[in-house]
Design a protein around this ligand. Structure first.
Ligand SMILES: NC(=O)c1ccc[n+]([C@@H]2O[C@H](COP(=O)([O-])OP(=O)(O)OC[C@H]3O[C@@H](n4cnc5c(N)ncnc54)[C@H](O)[C@@H]3O)[C@@H](O)[C@H]2O)c1
Length: 335
C-alpha cells in the first residue's frame, strides 16, 4: 500500500458493474485514482479506462504496478476467487463484487488467505450504503422501535439477465437473493434456518440452467425474529424493491422506488415514474461503498462488509438453494 492518501485503483473486469465502478473511481470517489482497467476484452477495457488510466488484458501488469494500491474485482463470479488470490499474493487491497465464489469451501479458503496476509478487504453489498437502508438499520440498532419481530424484503429485476451471466451466476439465491440475505443479517442479525419455495415461470432460460426465477424464502433468525424474502426476475414496470421491519413499537419501511415525487393524471390513468434498473436505484450507494473502502484504507483499516459477511451471506444462500432442491427447511449450521 502506498503511504499517500490517494488510493490508486486497478479495476478487474469492466462489464456492467465494473464499468460503473471504474467511472465512479475516476470521477466521484474522493481520495481515489483510476490507474488501470483490465479486461480480457481489450475494447471494453479501453472504453472504460477513464482519464489517464491505461487499458490492458494483462492481469500481471495491473498486479505488478506499484501505483495500484487496491483492486476492484468485477469479473464474472466464477473468476473472483482466482482474482482475489492473485491480488492478495501481490499485496493489493481488495474490493470484490459479490459473491466471492459459489462454493463455500473456496470462499472460506480465499477469505482465510486474505486474513492471514492482513489484506484490507470489502465485499460489494451496496444496499448497506443506501441512505434508506442505512438509516433503517441504524434505527433498529439503536432500539428506536423496540424488539424486532418480523423482517420482509422484496426485490425484483425488470427483466432477465443475459444467458452468459445466468450460466455462471450460481443461481438466484447465490447471485441475487444474497443481497436481501445480507440486508437481513445487517438489519436483524444472524439467520438460523431457511425454507425456500421457487418456480421457473418467467423465462425458460433459467430452467435451462437449472435455476428458478421466482422465489419465496422464509427466514428464522437466531434472535427468534422471523422473515420473508420475495424475489422475481421480472417486474416490467421497473426495479421493485422494499424492506419492511415490524417491531414492538411499530414498523420501519424503506421503499424509495420513484425517481421523482411527481404523479401525472391523464386519460390513460395515473402515472408515477420508477427507477427502471438497480444501476439507477443504487447509483449513489455504489459510489458510497467504494468511498467507504477508500476512507478505511486511508485510515489503515479494512473494509465493512468484510470477509465474515462474505462467508455468512453465502452460507445462507447455499442453505436456501439446498432447501429448494431438497424440499425441506435447512439449518444454516449444515453449511
Ligand atoms: N453489487 C451488485 O449489485 C452487482 C450488480 C451486478 C453484478 N454484480 C457482480 O459483479 C460481477 C460481474 O457482473 P456483471 O453484470 O458486470 O457481468 P458482465 O458479464 O457484464 O461483466 C464481466 C466482465 O468480466 C470480463 N472478464 C471475463 N473474463 C475475465 C478475466 N479472465 N479477467 C478479467 N475480466 C474478465 C468480461 O469481459 C466482462 O467485461 C458478478 O460477480 C456479479 O455477481 C454485482
Amino acid at each position: 500500500m502506498s503511504k499517500t492518501e490517494i488510493i490508486g485503483f486497478g479495476v478487474i473486469g469492466a462489464g456492467l458493474i465494473g464499468s460503473l465502478h471504474a467511472k465512479n473511481i475516476a470521477t466521484r470517489v474522493a481520495g481515489a485514482e483510476l490507474i488501470g482497467v483490465m479486461d480480457v476484452n481489450l475494447a471494453v477495457a479501453e472504453k472504460y479506462a477513464f482519464g489517464n488510466a491505461y487499458a490492458t488484458q494483462d492481469l500481471d501488469r495491473l498486479l505488478n504496478d506499484p501505483d495500484v494500491d487496491a483492486v476492484l474485482i468485477a469479473s464474472l463470479t466464477s473468476l473472483h476467487s482466482e482474482h482475489i488470490e492473485k491480488a492478495a499474493q501481490a499485496g493489493k487491497a481488495i474490493f470484490c463484487e459479490k459473491p466471492v465464489a459459489i462454493d463455500i469451501a473456496e470462499t472460506r479458503r480465499v477469505m482465510q488467505l486474505v486474513e492471514d496476509k492482513k489484506i484490507p478487504f470489502q465485499i460489494g453489498f451496496q444496499r448497506r450504503f443506501d441512505p434508506g437502508y442505512a438509516d433503517l438499520a441504524r434505527r433498529l440498532r439503536e432500539g428506536e422501535m423496540g424488539k424486532i419481530e418480523m423482517f420482509r424484503s422484496q426485490s425484483s429485476d425488470p427483466k432477465p439477465a443475459p444467458e452468459h451471466y445466468i450460466a455462471s451466476s450460481g443461481g438466484i439465491y447465490i447471485d441475487s437473493v444474497i443481497h436481501d440475505i445480507d440486508v437481513a443479517r445487517f438489519m436483524v442479525g444472524e439467520i438460523r434456518q431457511v425454507t425456500a419455495l421457487g418456480r421457473n415461470l418467467v423465462d425458460p432460460v433459467y430452467g435451462k440452467h437449472k435455476d428458478i426465477d421466482i422465489s419465496i424464502l422464509t427466514l428464522e433468525f437466531e434472535n427468534d425474529a422471523i422473515g420473508l424474502i420475495q424475489n422475481s426476475r421480472r417486474t416490467p414496470h421497473g426495479y421493485d424493491l422494499r424492506v419492511e421491519v415490524h417491531c414492538e413499537k411499530g414498523k420501519l419501511v424503506t421503499e424509495d422506488e420513484r425517481q421523482t415525487k411527481l404523479w401525472r393524471y391523464d386519460a390513460q390513468g395515473i402515472h408515477g415514474d420508477y427507477f427502471y434498473y438497480f444501476m439507477q436505484r443504487f447509483d449513489d450507494a455504489y459510489r458510497q461503498e467504494v468511498q467507504a473502502f477508500v476512507d478505511a484504507l486511508v485510515k489503515g483499516e479494512s473494509g465493512k462488509p468484510d470477509t465474515q459477511d462474505a462467508i455468512e451471506s453465502l452460507r445462507v444462500a447455499i442453505a436456501a438453494t439446498k432447501s429448494l432442491h431438497e424440499g425441506r427447511s435447512v439449518l444454516v449450521s449444515e453449511i
